[in-house]
Design a protein around this ligand. Structure first.
Ligand SMILES: [Zn+2]
Length: 289
């Protein structure tokens, strides 16, 4: 079954659930059985693509209100291109930009306190500004984390999720349905944050993706109503997993190597458990990323 059809199908079934047991009893027994059956949600043999409705996710055993990462598929080996229809204006499902503000730090590698990879996009805001859900979905996680501070995670259709960090106050509860444009919390400066901003992530199968492939941060609009995700979207993971070594040659200096490998002396020392005074022995392997 196509993910889109599945979405509509389970939405209908969820409605039947919501109408109560007496009405549900009147529905064809097959309808209920299909919602409860996780096998039906296996769209391809390799990948498990759930719908966002609480009912189906919860019953598939991957609904977890505490864990940030719930999938453990290796998306860098995704065999196919997966089309995900993000919005449907006829059905009233649209996209909304999470908060008005400019980008202060984009998704991608960044040099801050050594070397790191920024899995989100930082958007400037004032403490107390309303932060809204970008797409329809179900609130999955609401909690405090040392890094993210107070954050909210929303599960959308077909394995897409969004995360909103450093909030001063979340105002939603896990398990509730939320629609694009509805408030989920107030912006702030909690967790590992220096100055009020929103750390916004878009994720597929628990892996943060480059949101500029989905949304224009210039005008706050979705680039297309359907995204086609393949393994190229996860190239950053492949690169991050690759550990490289440099074998010390005569004349090498930490400063020179840091420049050559796009890192810092501090980072090189940290990676190799050494100080700036440690002798660079010729032939010794030095981890450079
Ligand atoms: Zn950030």
């Amino acid at each position: 079954m196509q993910p889109r059809i599945l979405w509509l199908y389970t939405r209908f079934a969820a409605l039947v659930f919501a109408l109560g047991a007496s009405v549900a009893m009147a529905a064809p027994p097959d309808t209920l059985l299909r919602v409860l059956d996780p096998v039906i949600l296996k769209v391809t043999p390799q990948f498990f693509l759930p719908d966002t409705t609480l009912q189906s996710e919860a019953r598939c055993g991957i609904w977890d209100p505490n864990k940030i990462n719930i999938y453990d598929e290796d998306v860098t080996k995704l065999p196919d291109t997966i089309s995900i229809r993000l919005i449907d204006s006829l059905a009233g499902r649209n996209f909304k930009f999470p908060v008005r503000g400019h980008v202060t730090s984009p998704f991608g590698p960044r040099r801050m306190y050594g070397y790191g990879f920024h899995f989100g996009t930082d958007i400037k805001l004032n403490k107390g500004d309303t932060v809204v859900a970008v797409l329809d979905g179900v609130v999955r996680v609401v909690r405090y984390d040392r890094g993210y501070g107070w954050f909210v995670m929303i599960a959308h259709a077909d394995g897409m999720e969004s995360l909103y960090g450093h909030l001063s106050k979340p105002i939603v509860k896990p398990g509730t349905e939320i629609h694009a444009g509805e408030a989920l919390g107030l912006g702030g400066n909690t967790g590992y944050s220096f100055g009020a901003h929103l750390h916004f992530e878009l994720r597929f199968m628990s892996v943060p993706i480059d949101p500029t492939r989905v949304v224009s941060f210039e005008d706050g609009k979705l680039l297309a109503s359907t995204v086609r995700i393949d393994k190229s979207w996860f190239q950053h993971l492949v690169e991050l997993r690759m550990v490289r070594y440099h074998y010390i040659r005569s004349g090498d200096t930490l400063g020179g190597l840091a420049g050559r490998y796009g890192t810092t002396i501090t980072r090189l020392c940290m990676l190799n458990g050494m100080t700036t005074r440690t002798l660079l022995r010729i032939g010794r392997p030095l981890r450079v990323n």
